[in-house]
Design a protein around this ligand. Structure first.
Ligand code: AMP
Length: 395
């Protein structure tokens, strides 16, 4: 009997456990929350990620360890890796946890990125804004997610400071909001990319180095949180191929094992890498019903050293995230190719509580299903950008 240990017990761990059941796998989830939703399907070890006694028990009870949460302290990951196989490896985790380290790696690999600068002091911020210009975004290097820990600096309209070409008041606000974190989680300033589209590569690399990617996915965010994903992204084949080549290069450079996502901006036909997530990813949830092998199953296969399944997809798929509270499932279940996922969480503003995936053989059918679901749920706004793209067809 093989037991997979998962650090973090949210919906990703829950979907990993569900995907692992047919493979005969057992799971152990470590999370500090008593109501961690993966605990409904797997034994839950309740502790902090830095609790050495708990990590020690965890290491004794599992055959391999992986993550549902990328911000597990890298030190805990290294401690575990001395006792049990850990995938992805702690170095890959550490790079992906740090926006500066991951952007530096992208640059090393020749992957285009928005201009960026490491920010330690207020003077660094002024100098970086003078170089990069506005609009730009000040972000925490570590521990930010779903748009948290970010401050957008718009071009100045009011009084300008000496020659920097931006409103001092805006920069003062940015520094007031995030400056205190410069010495702890660190800060990075990035040029704002006026993107046409946001896309992601969800890919998997096995212990033997075999690499597979699912078709490129287009994503829409609301308030920094993923709202909808469409696969395959309706972009020219050479753009999808270039994005996947970037993901392959990153995976090789980090000797990465498991599933990860590389998020990119598309602007005027050019790709810029934003960030990578060292885990199964929200923009890959459609693979559960839309692909030959889901991201969750392939992640388990990868970390266990099993052969990887095909990432081929059938037709087209759209995933809609349910944030805050669940709508009525019946509108989705009324579509014969509609699939419902309830994460078993209590409702809370900004919390991901479930998702739905619609699948269809053609873009037109998918658009029809989306329109019906959007109408029935009063969520026309959520489906509108996907419909606009789907109705335009292939770019
Ligand atoms: P992140 O946490 O970096 O994924 O940022 C959350 C969202 O903010 C992204 O999905 C984008 O919609 C937006 N965003 C982040 N960085 C940039 C950027 N440099 N230029 C434009 N939009 C950005």
């Amino acid at each position: 009997m093989t037991t997979v240990g998962i650090l973090g017990g949210g919906q990703l761990a829950r979907m990993l456990a569900l995907a692992g059941a047919p493979l005969g796998l057992r799971f152990l989830v470590l999370d500090s929350a008593a109501d961690a939703c993966a605990g409904q399907f797997a034994p839950l070890l309740r502790a902090n990620y830095t609790d050495v006694d708990a990590l020690s028990e965890f290491a004794q009870r599992v055959d391999v360890a992986t993550f549902d949460f990328e911000n597990v302290p890298a030190q805990s990951a290294r401690w575990l890796a001395d006792r049990v196989p850990v995938f992805p490896n702690p170095r890959a985790l550490a790079v992906a946890q740090d926006r500066l380290a991951e952007k530096s790696l992208f640059v090393e690999l020749g992957i285009p990125v928005p201009q960026f600068a490491d920010i330690v002091t207020r003077a660094d911020l002024d100098a970086a804004i003078a170089r990069i210009g506005t609009p730009c975004i000040l972000k925490t290097r570590r521990l930010g997610y779903d748009g948290k820990g970010q401050f957008r600096i718009k071009p100045g309209l009011g009084s300008r400071d000496s020659g920097l070409g931006h409103a001092k008041a805006t920069v003062d606000s940015a520094w007031a909001a995030l400056g205190s974190q410069a010495g702890t989680v660190g800060l990075i300033l990035e040029a704002f990319v006026p993107f046409d589209r946001e896309v992601s590569v969800v890919a998997v690399r096995g212990r033997d180095g075999q690499f597979r990617a699912w078709p490129l996915t287009e994503n829409w965010h609301v308030d920094g949180i993923l709202s909808a994903s469409l696969a395959p992204a309706l972009v020219p084949a050479e753009i999808a191929e270039a994005a996947i080549a970037h993901a392959r290069a990153v995976a090789q450079a980090l000797d990465y094992v498991g599933v990860f996502a590389l998020e990119l901006f598309l602007v005027d036909g050019k790709l810029f890498a934003n960030e990578m997530a060292p885990r199964v990813h929200n923009s890959g949830h459609w693979t559960i019903e839309g692909a030959e092998t889901s991201q969750f199953e392939n992640h388990l296969r990868a970390v266990l050293g099993l052969p990887l399944g095909s990432t081929h997809m059938r037709g087209h798929a759209c995933m809609l995230n349910w944030v805050g509270e669940l709508p009525d499932a019946r509108a989705v279940l009324a579509d014969p190719c509609g699939h419902w996922h309830d994460y078993g969480k209590s409702p809370r503003p900004g919390r991901k509580v479930g998702h739905a995936t619609l699948r269809a053989d053609t873009v037109a059918e998918l658009a029809g299903g989306l329109r019906a679901v959007g109408n029935a749920l009063g969520r026309d706004d959520q489906v509108a950008p996907v419909l606009a793209r789907a109705c335009l067809g292939r770019a």
